[in-house]
Design a protein around this ligand. Structure first.
Ligand SMILES: *Cc1c(COP(=O)(O)O)cnc(C)c1O
Length: 362
């Protein structure tokens, strides 16, 4: 395969090579139809079959029962920041937010425009380098829902156990770690994820919603912002992002082929350990941003002893075929995003590069 690099981009991110190859094979004529998925009606039988199968595969891989619906929407995770409160934050209610990074801050900001919110925990004062322990979380009495970000893409932390509060609906932005590990899906009333990290290309947002919450969704909104309308129409209320949904379908089949979430999770833990090991054994040359028990297995964030060294690191890594390692502009440093599609081989290569770079510059 010509000229493929090890792609550590945070999103849009690497896709599995077999998925790209299959999309390439089908690009001009999908399954005997004589046309591309991009050229056919979203109401055609072939596309309807893809749409239905993609919902079924999502449910199968996540172990969701028929209490849940899976929707394919547009507008990215950022539109969900607003859609969640628009649909579920009633006039006399409060929504609780767990602030663990810049995306949860953004989600909270949108909710503040719509209704009353309460910050149940906030890790700003330590630079979002950790997940708050249970005794730091203070829920309000009877909130409309609790919102959290399961994996903090920019700072590199991840919830390893989810907080709950009785029967209060738990809502999660899982954009950067959905399908990376098994988790207790039944704890959640709503999960959303922009596809471009772990699910496919940009352009589609997967929303998983429990029936009992769906029934409470506001009907006093423009149609495109109503979960109930999208659900009633099987995500085909208007033209959906057909090609992106097709790509998600292929990625889900790839995950299934890898052995599903348990196998993917083992693989992801091994990959992350290869890089964290180098950080932990570097005698302080590499400094991980996240405290060890809050570390993300998807986004590994670290610093070097100076910004010039960080720049040299990015430059030399790129020359060695390891791309996308620059940290987010808001925090600096370095970040290796190692979603499902990043191979073990890529992590071995990065770990080797890091050791060599330290030998030369440490
Ligand atoms: C990337 C990301 C977003 C933003 O998603 P868009 O699809 O660009 O709106 C939101 N939340 C998390 C956790 C992300 O990683």
């Amino acid at each position: 395969m010509a000229n493929r690099v090890f792609n550590f981009n945070p999103g849009p991110a690497a896709l599995p090579l077999p998925v790209l190859a299959e999309a390439q094979r089908d690009l001009l004529a999908y399954d005997g139809t004589g046309m591309s998925i991009m050229e056919m009606s979203h109401r055609s039988a072939p596309f309807q079959a893809i749409n239905a199968e993609t919902e079924a595969l999502t449910k199968e891989l996540l172990g969701l029962n028929d209490d849940y619906r899976v929707l394919f929407l547009q507008g990215g995770a950022s539109t969900q920041f607003a859609m969640v409160p628009l649909n579920f934050l009633g006039r006399d209610q409060t929504a609780d937010y767990l602030i663990t990074g810049s995306f949860s801050e953004k989600a909270h900001k949108e909710a503040q425009l719509i209704g009353k919110t309460h910050i149940a925990a906030d890790t700003t004062t330590t630079g979002h380098n950790r997940i708050p322990p249970t005794d730091e979380i203070n829920f309000s009495p009877n909130p409309a829902y609790i919102h959290l970000t399961s994996n903090n893409t920019i700072c590199g932390t991840q919830w390893h156990e989810f907080p709950t509060d009785g029967d209060i609906p738990l809502v999660a932005d899982m954009s950067s770690d959905i399908l990376s590990r098994p988790f207790a899906v039944n704890k959640f009333a709503l999960i959303y994820a922009g596809a471009q990290k772990n699910l496919g290309p940009a352009g589609v947002t997967v929303v998983i919603i429990r029936q009992d919450l769906l029934e409470k969704a506001s009907t006093n909104l423009p149609s495109m912002l109503r979960y109930d309308i999208h659900a009633k129409n099987d995500s085909l209320y208007n033209t959906p992002p057909c090609f992106a949904i097709y790509m998600v379908n292929l990625v889900l089949k790839w995950v299934k082929n890898q052995g599903g979430l348990p196998a993917i999770a083992r693989h992801n833990a091994e990959k992350a350990a290869l890089i964290y090991e180098v950080i932990d054994n570097s005698g302080g040359f590499y400094r991980g941003h996240a405290v060890p028990d809050s570390r993300s297995l998807m986004n590994i964030t670290f610093r070097l002893p100076g910004e010039d060294l960080e720049k040299a690191f990015v430059r030399e890594a790129t020359a060695a075929g390891l791309v996308g390692l620059k940290g987010h502009r808001s925090v600096g440093g370095l970040r290796a995003s190692i979603y499902n599609a990043m191979s073990r081989e890529g992590c071995v290569a990065l770990a080797g590069f890091m050791r060599e770079f330290q030998q030369k510059n440490g």
